[in-house]
Design a protein around this ligand. Sequence first.
Ligand SMILES: [Zn+2]
Length: 453
Amino acid sequence: MSTPATSDEASRAGTGEILISGGTLIDATGAPGRPNPGVLLRGDNIQVVGPGAAEAAGADAERIDAGGRTVMPGLIDAHCHATFDDVQSNDELFFHRDPATAALVAGQNLTKMLRAGVTAYCDPDTLFSMGPSLRNAVEAGVVAGPRISTGVQALVTAVGGTAGRLIPDEGVVGYAQVVNSLDEAVMWTRRHIKYGADWIKIHATGLLPGRSGEVLGWSRDELRAVCDTAHELGASVMAHCRSPESVTACADAGVDMLLHASFMDAEGLEAVIRSGSALCPTFTFLANLADFGSAVGAGAGMEDVFRGEIAATAKMMRAAYDAGVPLLCGSEAGFALTPYGHWHGREAEILVNELGLSPMEAIVCATANGAIAMRLEGRIGTIVEGCLADVLVLDGDPLADIRLLNDRRRITEVISRGRRVDLSGPWPAHGPIPGDKVRNWAEQILTYERAYR
Ligand SMILES: [Zn+2]
């Protein structure tokens, strides 16, 4: 059989060599930062790390002098939504988008992530099921972007997720596929894998009118059926869990990665340890609401609620970390409070401030641990010989100030797949797209008193 023909010999990966010398090396294995002994990238491979790098480099190698700067692996954003386009409401997301525009816009947003130092990301659920298409387009070199591992859509029961009654009783809306029985849960798991899913996403908890907090909308049998089916077919499972009982139920069912795990209790932590699940708390969205929500007119009066959720959950995340549970960093990018390219490094800062991790420990969470989300453990997220060639050079020392990871002005080199990303030129923003936004009639209710007071 011959290999399929392509129109060009284009490759998304670098084919040459890059030699990075000088500065401080943070290899993200957990070893202390050390003077960079030399890093040689050859194509999409970290070829040599050590004094032999310079010697092994060919005459044609590109050379980067990292003197006075920091060399570290690219960020892995373990929880972001690449197809949502900084959305402001579920109404907008579910009913005001079209597939072709959404795909083109997503392509542009991938560039923002790359320029902010994200060289790999994991996307649970996507508009118009486009996750695998986006991943394949990047892999084929059609559009530039980070490495992608992806789901297709979130599986929700008719209880709904966080979108309440916008979730229909059956069928598809936005990022969600409704499943109404164990059989349907199994059927859609199989279909998503057929469509190209690396991950199956379960929206385990949702909001119900009149109830406080999120409730588990799935039976334990349904959860287990999805996990067993996915695992038999070689896919992994993640779940949105924002209640204590959902953490226990999902970990017991065999979910590989728990998103949020809000209000995890001692029983939940035991279940997570027993199952070997990873945790991706994704505090960034809550922290942005709590700290800056008022700046964009969001969550008025809710700051304390979000701060409370962070504090309660952080305590248990710390306990999980101490018990050896891998913590991953996710930004929840794709919402108006977490726009692409702006917040991918913030989770590490929150792990330092709220969990008391050292900056080095937080950097490992933001890089090496992300390999779990990419299903590339031992292959990505560290600067070790034989790993994939995703590397950043930072102007400054993130061990002294972890906030540097989230300041893209300080990222002077992004190397993705062994190729330097062009960081010059204007930020790739787009203008308004007709029909894309929802307009409210009013922010307030116009009572007689309000009119004539
Ligand atoms: Zn999410």
